[in-house]
Design a protein around this ligand. Sequence first.
Ligand SMILES: Cc1ncc(COP(=O)(O)O)c(C=O)c1O
Length: 350
Amino acid sequence: MELTAFADVVEAQRIPTLVRLSDNLYAVVFRLMKLVPARHILRQAESSGLLTADTTVVETTSGTFGLALAMQCALSGHRLVLVSDPVIDARLHRQLTHLGATVDIVRHPAEHGGFQASRLARVEEIRAGLPASFCPEQYSNPEQPMSYALVADLLWERLGQVDCLIGPVGSGGSMCGTARHLRQACPDLTAVGVDAHLSVLFGQPDGHRVLRGLGNSMMPANLDHTEFDEVHWLDTATAFAATRDLYRSRALFMGPTSGASYFVGSWWAARHPDAVTVVMLPDEGHRYVDTVYDDVWLAANGLGDPVAQREPTVVTDPRPAGAGWSRMGWARRTLAEATGSGDPLPAGAL
Ligand SMILES: Cc1ncc(COP(=O)(O)O)c(C=O)c1O
């Protein structure tokens, strides 16, 4: 056993742990997955001269990317302004301010694109008032998916052939970046994206979502639909129950996007016993102790009893994908091809 001395905590914690869950199912366990792009993007910006000691980093986020940036900026000494909205949880808000970040809360959603659009407008406003600023732009910066070459390399190094990669999709960076890079060594890799209902990412109409971290109200440029072979939509109660099951049965204390990933991954691995299947587990459970891990909160929010669905409902169009667990053979098509062409799926896509 070797004790590695890392240069700092971001360097140490951006490296995931690989845990074997069954004969053919592995989990990539992150304490905070977004440390991977946060460090990579800021380092790239420094080396290209876009980020100097006097530059303020400004980004829109209500989630884990903000925390990762705040950790990185605390270490590098850069001033950080994070634009968020009222759904930011109090715990995260406090962590960010303790790390020295300024958190700017946008109070009203934009008419088109909701809070995400009004947050982007606020970022531009703040930047206009600063002499030097840098925006990591996690939704559109190609360095974001690129940073996950690190994860693909680790998987190839440790596992060799990987047959299937499954993970939640929010900006698309982690799944697209890891799959794209891993396919250089494993060209037949099946990539399975996990989304929430009422998320626009794979063609559903936008709507209110309780499950955060995966799903989106706007289409991120970093989501390359042609990387995906299959898409699953999961309801919140099922994702939460799977998160708790992951803790109870594997002692892995993770957040709900990990639960969603694990749920789909367990099903996929059982269906393909000869395939080496890998699930991405993006963050730890601490932020969700008062929600996902609280029986009273779950019952009060009507999320305590997931519909027990042993198999997903198979759909060929995302729009009527329903409210439970559904699945669509995406077959590496663009969004327009998958939702608009009406062409039959290639043989074996489902
Ligand atoms: C906890 C969590 N899981 C999953 C995701 C989705 O990852 P990506 O943005 O790489 O698609 C995010 C994105 O913010 C997240 O915060």
